[in-house]
Design a protein around this ligand. Sequence first.
Ligand code: HEM
Length: 399
Amino acid sequence: MELDLGCEAAIRDPAGYFASARLGGDVQWSERHRAWVVLSHAGVSAAFRDHERLASDRVDTFERAARGRSEAFHRAVEMLHAWLNFRDPPAHTRLREPLAGAFTPRAVGGLEARIRAIVAERLDALAASEGAVDLSADFARPLPALVIAAVLGVDGEEREQFQAWSDDIAHLVFSLRPGGVAEEPVARAAAAFIAFFSRHIERVRAEPSDSLLSSIVHSPVGELEQIELIGLCTLLLFGGHETTTTLLINTLATLLERPALREWLREHAEADETAVEEFMRIGGPARTMPRKVRVDHERGGRLLRAGENVFLSIAAANHDPEVFARPGEIDLLRDPNPQLGFGWGLHYCLGANLARLEARIALRMLLERFPAMRPAGVIPPLRGDVMGFGRRPLPTRLR
Ligand code: HEM
């Protein structure tokens, strides 16, 4: 069978699709993706840990995409130099160090009251609306952006602007062929981010605060250049909301479509932790992570050559029956649940604790505040591509 990680069957029925795909081996060459694809849980987690032989660095690809483009587009690529997910050591180590303390379970636990207050405010706004609401646009989209803005210490009022810039930057970051990305939106968004964060960095330089931005700017670990600081802030702002929004959308869609599951979860607050892990497993926003072969080596019985692309299929790993019994079923009490939706190894998601906490609080408070919540129309089917899932409206009646 010809592998297509973004096809409808892989999105709609990942357990079935990847079970058939794995018959061809755990590591396969895909002509469609021009990449090796790793399909088993053991293979994907081993690959995540193998940064010696598999590179994350995409700076060269972005540099090539910038050739012959405007100065503003070059500035966007310069910002991406500080996106540590696209860097290998030693650059990765230097960029990650100033952030290390900010996302420990303890530090994130300290944000709980703030997150609750932000969720409560959104729920008040929902309660005030007449008729049906769209939980996608009115809840899942604003919430993570407001949280990461509060954590960073920038103004949540500017949310709509920085979300629009993030959408534009996303075209470049998620593109499998950055050379073909349209110039104008990326250049405009980069210029806007640079102006936005320069202003905020200047503010905390003059007046340190307890915000994450201030702790990065005043970090005792290594000096970062101004464009690196801006790039890092952009990554946190972007990583902090794009993905968490998609997790909330996919989770809420499942709960709206399945009244028994919704009711069960509402009555079982003790299952919040395992439930969020299970929602990450079945609908985690990152479906595939790309890598580049650094040195010729064997993987899953195949010879991988330096320079070739490798796609780590998180979606396949998360439906591997060797690790997850009945992978196609939702089990909100599944434990252990070694889902790989936040990656693994050196690049393990820095914001994983924050995303988990946010999702738990948001779901619990929503279910308790609106126990009669139900669909107000058809919930559109899941859409997606190789890398992740698309947004969709969630028409909902709250009372
Ligand atoms: C449900 C929400 C989230 C998902 C599914 C997610 C997913 C991921 C994944 C899969 C990686 C690994 C990338 C790789 O191996 O190449 C990653 C890295 C990263 N994430 Fe997240 N993320 C989420 C939320 C967040 C949040 C809230 C933040 C920021 C506060 C964040 C910041 C980062 C950063 C900075 C990295 C790069 C880490 C490194 O390269 O060392 N993420 N994320």
